[in-house]
Write a protein that binds this ligand. Structure first.
Ligand code: ADP
Length: 493
């Protein structure tokens, strides 16, 4: 593919050498160790109070709920005890007015009501049976009658126990000041009790921990899963750490007998101080114009929410460059890019956040000589009028470079955790399992292959070590993972 000099220059700015990867992994390990010693560092390493990893033999029916940005998902998971499961779910949109309700009670009463509806729809027999027995014995519910529930709540909380965490602040459009500082599990439990539902909020769940547990349940038979990671809208990871390595105090109660605990790294904030991360002018501008400048800087180079925007900014710079013929109408004689460009002013390329990362997947998967699929996508999705082969080649080269940089960056925390854990030196772990979830890692072509390639280039892992790492998708991670944490928590009661 013959690329013009400017495209080549931009592509080169997104390249990360093997030497750089090694330095970045070293930096990750040192920031991770700092996070094990104290709070307030860029890698928070938050204790989750989950101290056991499933082995696939777990059994029972558990409830899992997930309050996402716009939807509330209620599901029940039947764990069959042989690494398989059956999952049933309902999804409802959270009414806008409840996202900014005056009282926390209003939102949580709505959530409890959805759980009641779900039980009526999908577990009528068990549910009615419990109510009848409860009424006839007048002794209240027996423990086996109770549904244990895992509550996936992906907003910043200070976790104090496996089923207790106080809300620090709302994100993703919610704003109910009354809930700040309150235990979100207790808020939900109170509303469930008002409806006399046989449900106990057993666990507060972070989605990365859910991914780790779900993967460990379904892939058992090999070694336990070491890391759970999300590469979707954002990125984050959780891993299994030895309790003896956690030097900072862990408040609250937990079962220490396993000698380990899952930590939520919050690696989206890795290197907020920019000691090592690459920064093109587009990265810097994107950060400055984001809602949280200076924070989540690793995430801003790796995850789905940002990759399209990085590509958009670099392509727009080419469009605005009057010396270049790319993305211009060749029949125009004007010198002003605005009147010569072949791009509609309404195009997503012209709007902040206007380019979805899924377009990068289209670019990466089109390897036809004429790039006909990508050209059609540029025309349909981005209102670029009759893009030439050269336009599409430039777009593809830059989009591929941004995608490849993200995948190589994604390997950094994985390599860091792996080296820090010493598992590669453990003769008993032939396979090291990593569970992943999120549209980017699931749908971006060769994302995992590029991660493996980067892992193989890290000293201490090498090609032989990389062959022992298995990065697998954790299907239905949030539901199954939350159910598994509810199970762990129920056992601790
Ligand atoms: P979430 O992380 O919010 O649970 P997802 O895992 O579906 O949700 O991730 C959504 C993000 O993934 C969005 O930023 C979207 O732009 C991006 N995305 C969706 N599809 C693709 C794709 N095919 N290729 C690359 N990125 C994608």
């Amino acid at each position: 593919m013959a690329l013009d000099a400017e495209t080549k220059r931009i592509v080169s700015l997104f390249e990360l050498s093997d030497d750089w990867l090694n330095r970045a992994v070293g930096e990750y390990i040192s920031q991770a160790e700092e996070g094990l010693r104290s709070d307030g560092t860029s890698l928070s390493q938050i204790p989750t109070y989950v101290t056991a990893v499933p082995n696939g033999k777990e059994k029972g029916v558990y409830l899992a709920v997930d309050l996402g940005g716009t939807n509330f998902r209620v599901c029940s998971v039947r764990l069959n005890g042989d690494t398989t499961f059956n999952l049933t779910y309902n999804k409802v949109a959270v009414p806008k007015e409840l996202m900014t309700a005056k009282k926390a009670e209003d939102l949580f009463a709505f959530l409890a009501k959805q759980i009641e509806t779900f039980l009526h729809e999908h577990h009528k027999d068990e549910f009615e049976g419990v109510r009848r027995r409860t009424r006839s014995t007048r002794k209240g519910q027996k423990d086996e009658d109770i549904f244990h529930l895992g509550f996936t709540f992906s907003y910043p909380v200070k976790q104090l126990a496996i089923n207790k965490g106080t809300l620090m602040r709302w994100t993703k459009g919610f704003d109910i000041p009354d809930a700040i500082g309150k235990d979100v599990c207790a808020l939900l439990q109170t509303e469930l009790d008002k409806l006399h539902l046989p449900v106990r909020v057993a666990a507060l769940v972070n989605d990365t921990v859910g991914t780790l547990l779900a993967r460990s349940y379904t892939s058992s038979g090999h070694s336990e899963t070491l890391v759970g990671a999300i590469f979707g809208t954002g990125t984050n990871g959780a891993y299994v750490e030895k309790l003896s390595n956690i030097k900072k105090p862990i408040e609250g109660e937990y079962d220490a007998s396993t000698g380990k605990m899952i930590l939520n790294t919050e690696w989206g904030s890795f290197d907020n101080q920019l000691n090592i991360l690459p920064s093109t002018t587009w990265d810097t501008d994107l950060d400055r114009e984001s809602v949280n400048p200076g924070f989540h800087v690793f995430e801003k180079r790796v995850s789905g929410m940002y990759l399209g925007e990085i590509v958009r900014r670099s392509i727009l710079e080419m469009v605005q460059n009057e010396q270049l013929s790319l993305f211009k109408d060749v029949n125009s004689s004007s010198n002003d890019w605005r009147s010569t460009t072949s791009i509609s002013p309404q195009s997503g390329l012209m709007q902040l956040w206007g380019l979805d990362s899924s377009v990068l997947s289209v670019a990466a998967s089109d390897n036809t000589p004429e790039l006909s699929v990508l050209r059609q996508e540029l025309e349909d999705n981005l209102d670029i009028y009759s893009p030439s082969l050269e336009d599409a080649q430039a777009f593809k080269a830059i989009a591929d470079a941004v995608g490849r940089r993200a995948a190589r960056l994604a390997a950094v925390p994985i390599a860091g955790v792996l080296l820090q854990s010493g598992q590669l030196n453990d003769p008993d772990s032939d396979v090291i399992d990593i569970g992943v979830d999120g549209s980017l890692v699931e749908h971006y072509p060769f994302f995992r292959d590029m991660m493996y390639e980067a892992l193989a280039a890290v000293d201490g892992i090498g090609p032989d070590g990389a062959k022992r790492i298995r990065i697998g998708i954790a299907k239905d991670g949030s539901g199954v993972g939350a159910a598994l944490i509810a199970l762990v928590a129920a056992k601790m009661e």
